[in-house]
Design a protein around this ligand. Structure first.
Ligand code: GRF
Length: 221
């Protein structure tokens, strides 16, 4: 039987990814429990979402700390107090210190709205759109000390259409974020993620035979 994983979710904004985790947990599709939602932003809508579902919240504002590590220590304490095993970054707009990552080694996940290693950092959707790529997508990865550089767990690809705007592309990507984040956490809960250096091997979860994708479609030469 799959065990229940205790999650701590960190969010700074709207929290739609948080909502997708809540919804999947509540319908029994994701064997996890959100023990606490931490935000650095007192007006983050993610806080409302958590409260509505009876999830404990903690607002820890980042102003007034001399060092990044001092701030992170507060968050780590809040997570440990709630027995958190896996930290889930869901639009948390801060870089984590080495202290934080040492406290949860290979136990911090992030979702990024582009196909890493392309377009790391903020505004991944816009960077991909402006670049003119034909496909973009999203990436769930373990967090290391770089910015969006950790071992990749799962990616989803979406096409970029000629009629797209940055907004329509972002919506298409976000829809996939809401699918792959719960999936990555489920694989973690099932003990199916094996980190080998930069690579994450997914046990017992083979990719079905598939054809390559093209955008635009290509003639059948
Ligand atoms: C998402 O685009 C995610 O990829 C990025 O931050 C955004 C968070 O959105 N890391 P939401 O707050 O979950 O709606």
């Amino acid at each position: 039987m799959t065990r229940i994983v205790n999650l701590g979710v960190l969010a700074s904004g709207s929290g739609s990814n948080l909502q997708s985790l809540i919804d999947n947990i509540e319908k029994g599709a994701l064997p996890a429990a959100i023990r606490v939602l931490v935000s650095n932003n007192p007006s983050a809508f993610a806080l409302e979402r958590a409260k509505k579902h009876g999830i404990p919240t903690a607002v820890i504002e980042h102003g007034g700390f001399a060092r990044r590590e001092d701030y992170d220590r507060r968050i780590v304490d809040a997570l440990n107090d709630r027995g958190v095993e896996l930290v889930v970054l869901a639009g948390f707009m801060r870089v984590l210190s080495a202290y934080f990552l040492r406290s949860f080694p290979m136990r911090v996940m992030n979702i990024h709205p582009a196909l890493l290693p392309s377009f790391p950092g903020t505004h991944g959707q816009k960077k991909a759109f402006d670049y003119g790529v034909k496909f973009s997508g999203c990436t769930v990865h373990f967090v290391d000390e770089g910015v969006d550089t950790g071992p990749i767990i799962i990616q989803a690809v979406v096409p970029v259409c000629d009629t797209d705007t940055e907004e329509t592309l972002s919506r298409r990507i976000l829809k996939e974020e809401h699918r792959i984040y719960p999936e990555a956490i489920k694989l973690y809960a099932e003990g199916k993620l094996l980190v080998e250096g930069r690579k994450v091997r997914i046990l017992d979860h083979p990719l079905p035979e598939d054809s390559p994708r093209h955008n635009p479609p290509v003639t059948d030469f």
